[in-house]
Ligand binder design. Structure first.
Ligand code: GLV
Length: 328
């Protein structure tokens, strides 16, 4: 019996490719070439499955060209690159890579928060530029983490990981807002109190965004929300570009409407709003919150496990939809 044909849309760990090769007839992209949507669709058109990453858009237009496609396994927990309704309608199973990145991503959220509140990159640029000639009492004075109020918008697994780090490690008062309130036991574990969105914005000293992107969460933080925040507040986005209105944020940083921001994700990334590049009070990282070697390997392995399980007729490990698995 011939092996199922799988497209691995981006470069990935050689050991994961070697494992997939044992099960599938693979087309890989180990040069990591950037493909347009049309090029992706063209390469997918004769495939039974795909190993995708967060930048690979799978929607009705692509699916219309892929009559054999049965599964797309995303090497990301976020899946806003998938049009799930279109995939379900086309009978294509979608899987993501949750859990394996939770603690690593929460670590990074905290690292970005600390770098932002304590002005670490701004001060390093100053030092590297040879501008450090003397001590001064307010040189790069930032805001405290310990004892401050940590606000979390989006209280899934990663939000909970950040809450625990803040409450247990740094003695922070943790408040959160989420579509649904956590049960009492989880709230106690995270030492986190539920508040409305407006109270969260008004009260947090540091606000971390960890909510999924969808049309409903587009520009959850814009000029109106920034106007509610404390002028001393920091804003951290490790969720997705588009949740923050980057132009409004750049304006708020420029006028010091809020003190600082730390951003790992951007609207239209890898492009970054030019105004964000000109303000000093922002820490910018290129979407690396899950980027440790063990975690990226675990994410890739989970995507591979989903493909292997599916084609062995077993239940996928982390499904996102339940299409009628018609044999095409
Ligand atoms: C990263 O952003 C992910 O969704 O895994």
């Amino acid at each position: 019996m011939s092996k199922p044909k799988i497209l691995v849309a981006r470069a990935v760990f050689p050991e994961v490719i070697a494992r997939l090769e044992q099960h599938f007839d693979l087309q890989t992209n180990q040069n990591d070439d950037s493909w347009s949507k049309a090029e992706l669709a063209e390469r997918l058109s004769d495939k039974d499955g795909a190993f995708t990453t967060g930048g690979d858009r799978i929607d009705a237009e692509v699916l219309a060209q892929c009559p054999r496609l049965k599964i797309c396994a995303n090497m990301a927990v976020g899946y806003n690159n998938f049009d799930l309704d279109a995939m379900t309608a086309a009978g294509v199973l979608a899987t993501n890579a949750p859990d394996v990145l939770t603690e690593t991503t929460a670590d990074f959220g905290f690292a970005l928060l600390m770098a932002t509140a304590r002005r670490i990159t701004e001060s390093e640029h100053f030092l590297r530029a040879g501008q450090w000639t003397k001590w001064s009492y307010d040189m790069f004075a930032g805001s405290d983490i310990h004892g401050a109020t940590l606000g979390i918008l989006g209280m899934g697994r990663i939000g909970q990981g950040i809450a625990k780090r803040g409450a247990h490690g740094f003695g922070m008062k943790v408040i959160y807002h989420n579509r649904s309130r956590l049960d009492a036991a989880l709230e106690a574990e995270c030492k986190a109190g539920y508040v409305g969105k407006e109270e969260l914005l008004r009260t947090a000293d540091h606000l971390v965004l960890v909510l999924p992107y969808s049309a409903a969460s587009h520009h959850t933080i814009g000029a109106a929300e920034l106007a509610l925040m404390k002028p001393t507040a920091t804003l951290i986005n490790i969720a997705r570009g588009g949740i923050v209105d980057d132009a409004a944020l750049a304006a708020a940083l420029k006028t010091r409407r809020i003190a600082a921001a730390g951003l790992d994700v951007f609207e239209g990334e890898p492009a970054v709003h030019p105004d964000l590049l000109t303000v000093p009070n922002v820490v910018l990282t290129p979407h690396i919150a899950s980027a440790t070697v063990p975690t990226r390997l675990a994410m890739a392995s989970l995507a591979a496990d989903n493909l292997i399980a599916f084609f062995e007729g077993k239940p996928p490990l982390t499904p996102l939809n339940q299409p009628l698995q018609a044999i095409k």
